[in-house]
Design a protein around this ligand. Structure first.
Ligand code: ZN
Length: 501
């Protein structure tokens, strides 16, 4: 109890600076791998706090580490990591503090609350650093600035480069609508571009000479949609047509591109499904006499829960108690619910965390029950890859009105509200207290490690992104790997300057 009071007040002291930082990152709203402003702001504050900074980690200009603390003489104190994010989503520019869709000059928006995620994890790291110094505890705390969680799997590329493996444990959180341990089984995923190359022709005077890449994309999608009935129910496939090949219907489209995202409860199961999707692409190429290329974009692993750390975090959350909102917070959330959320939004949000669906407060003012059973999360997070490299624990905190959908303008509009700041501070306290437990309770770290070894036994981490896949911002206009024989009777129109051998 003493610990939690100490760590709470250390968080309170540094809270204002981190709330301002969160708001600044909300304003920047930078997309994946372009988060230069957010990184500069985070690094500036961490340097002021005395952290040692390592920039450009894993070859990524917007990934960094900040470390504080010391090992004791010859003995090695623990090394605990805190994971932060900062990237935004495209198309979600939205005015703050209103309950209607109101665009701004800003094209992008913090639709997943990563402005809060990064600032909250940083606040925890700073408080842990101060606690270690005050109590002369050996050990180091390391904050990771992780880019591109949205569609970029920044942490997975960082994991591939060998990061996270030297940690004794990792701690993080995600802004949401509820307060509690985030004990989940998430889905692994694989994302890849499928590009088709055909032959252009005048669509009316010489249609027999054309071979349509757009037809191939459409047939591929039809094939995948027929596959849906024969997929395990806990898998998912999504796609977006990213290049239709042109806007002139009287030209046969010589190139077209579709981006596929395949999910499964494990990397192996996602891979099995991905291989089937590749076969369908090959079939579409065969039917249309085009060539199909696959270009692997990114992937991430499923999360491995850690009950030892989750119970420790749950105990801290119970000691902290629910987030203390005031009437103004409740009134704004109530307006958001009335103006912009449907009863179905609220119902499905409550059901997703197992709360009574009759819960009628606009903000979560309780604590999610925890019984040591992870819930199924039908989404993915690159925290999964960290959890395969070190025992990892996460919590949710109620930054947004109950029922606020993820990746929505409603969420963006609430990202700078006092309620979001309060929940961020409470999450920082829960994370910092759990990190301090890891520093001061040897038995906890030991049982977390033993559990992690059991869960990974026989299947050590293998990065789901193959070694040859380049970082997304380094790729140079290559079509990808040719699937099958490439049956075009014509010389297919080159997709780009460089063709595969
Ligand atoms: Zn997110």
């Amino acid at each position: 109890m003493q610990n939690i009071r100490d760590i709470s007040s250390l968080c309170d002291i540094k809270a204002a600076a981190c709330m301002a930082l969160s708001d600044a990152v909300w304003d920047l709203a930078e997309l994946r791998y372009q988060e230069h402003g957010a990184v500069a702001a985070q690094v500036a504050l961490l340097e002021k706090e005395g952290f040692r900074i390592t920039r450009d980690i894993a070859g990524i200009p917007t990934a960094f580490m900040a470390e504080a603390g010391h090992d004791s003489g010859g003995g090695n104190g623990p090394l605990i990591g805190l994971l932060g994010e900062y990237d935004a989503l495209s198309g979600l520019g939205q005015a703050s503090g209103v309950t209607e869709r109101r665009s701004t000059t800003q094209a992008n928006g913090q639709g997943c609350g990563h402005n809060l995620l990064g600032a909250g994890a940083m606040l925890a790291a700073i408080a842990v650093k101060d606690y270690l110094a005050q109590h002369r505890l050996p050990g180091r705390v390391r904050y990771y600035g992780c880019p591109a969680e949205e569609g970029g799997s920044g942490k997975t590329f960082m994991a591939r480069a060998g990061l996270f493996a030297d940690l004794d444990a990792a701690v993080t959180w995600h802004p949401g609508s509820f307060f509690g341990v985030m004990s989940v089984n998430s889905l692994a995923n694989i994302q890849a571009y499928f590009r088709f190359s055909g032959r252009a022709a005048h669509a009316a005077s010489a249609p027999h000479l054309g071979r349509s890449a757009l037809d191939a994309v459409e047939l591929m999608n039809v094939g995948v949609n027929y596959m849906r009935e024969h997929m395990p129910s806990n898998t998912r496939v999504h796609y977006a047509i990213t290049d239709t090949g042109g806007i002139s219907p009287n030209v046969v489209q010589a190139r077209a591109e579709v981006l596929y995202l395949v999910r499964g409860p494990s990397v192996a199961l996602a891979n099995t499904l991905f291989e089937r999707v590749k076969k369908i692409a090959e079939g579409a190429a065969l039917m249309t006499e085009t060539q199909a290329f696959v270009d692997f974009d990114k992937a991430c692993s499923e999360v491995l829960p850690n009950m030892a750390l989750e119970w420790a975090m749950h105990r801290n959350i119970e000691q902290l108690g629910p987030v203390q909102f005031d009437d103004a917070d409740r009134a704004f959330a109530e307006r958001m619910r009335r103006d912009a959320l449907t009863p179905e939004d609220v119902f499905s949000s409550l059901r997703s965390v197992g709360e009574p669906t009759t819960y009628d407060r606009p903000l979560h003012e309780g604590i999610l029950p925890f019984d040591g059973t992870p819930r199924q999360l039908y989404g993915s997070t690159d925290v999964g890859d960290v959890s395969w490299l070190t025992p990892t624990v996460q919590c949710w905190a109620p930054c947004f009105a109950v029922g606020t959908p993820g990746h929505s303008w409603q969420l963006v509009a609430q990202g700078k509200q006092p309620a979001a700041h309060k929940a961020m501070l409470q999450a920082a306290k829960a994370m910092a207290a759990t990190a301090i437990d890891a520093f001061s309770d040897e038995a906890l770290l030991k049982s977390a490690r033993e559990e992690w070894e059991q869960r990974t036994a026989g299947a050590p981490y293998s990065c789901p992104i193959p070694p040859l896949v380049e970082l997304p911002f380094e790729r140079k206009n290559k079509p990808g790997i040719l699937l099958g024989a490439g049956t075009s009777p014509f010389t297919a129109a080159p997709l780009s300057r460089s063709r595969p051998a």
